[in-house]
Design a protein around this ligand. Structure first.
Ligand code: NI
Length: 168
């Protein structure tokens, strides 16, 4: 059984709290998140997706022939590019559903690494996309919220049907 919460679990709609200090608990949690993300498999995971309302996200993508794999504590977007791009998104909490979503192409962001150091970075492509998607989770927002209510309901109903049929 997966430990990943699936929509419409109300925890997915709550706002997560900042991490006050990166203690052993937070490190253990982030390692658990990486394992769950890899096992799923997924390219990103936010702590609320496993029931922990903490501002922690993990990312694991392949871009420009590089593996980009790290954990972000208290991630915050500082600025978005004006240019927007459409990319297909999915979510481990909305299994087997995908939709084209428009978001800013590039972001400037900051976060704390596992040593508590503030890192400031720019991202584009998949990295930018995953970070925007995962930070949304920390604010109780899901990618389907960007769709019309008609499209959103279709996707959410499909998840309910999969659940009912025991396909999740
Ligand atoms: Ni997601």
């Amino acid at each position: 059984m997966s430990e990943i919460l699936i929509t419409p679990n109300p925890i997915l709609r709550k706002k997560s709290l900042p991490v006050k200090e990166i203690s052993n608990n937070e490190i253990t949690l982030s390692k658990k998140m990486i394992k769950i993300m890899n096992d799923a498999p997924g390219i990103g995971l936010a702590a609320p997706q496993i029931g922990e309302l903490k501002r922690i996200i993990t990312i694991n993508i392949y871009q420009n022939e590089k593996n980009i794999k790290y954990t972000l504590f208290n991630p915050e977007i500082l600025s978005f590019s004006e240019n927007k791009v459409i990319m297909e998104e999915g979510c481990l909490s909305i299994p087997k559903q995908f939709a084209d979503i428009e978001r800013p192409e590039k972001i400037q962001f900051k976060y704390l690494n596992e040593k508590g150091k503030i890192i400031e970075k720019n991202a584009t492509g998949n990295e930018s996309r995953v970070i925007q998607h995962e930070i949304d989770h920390l604010n109780g927002k899901l990618f389907v919220d960007y769709l019309s209510s008609l499209k959103r309901n279709i996707l959410l109903k499909k998840v309910n049907k999969l659940k009912k049929n025991g396909e999740l």
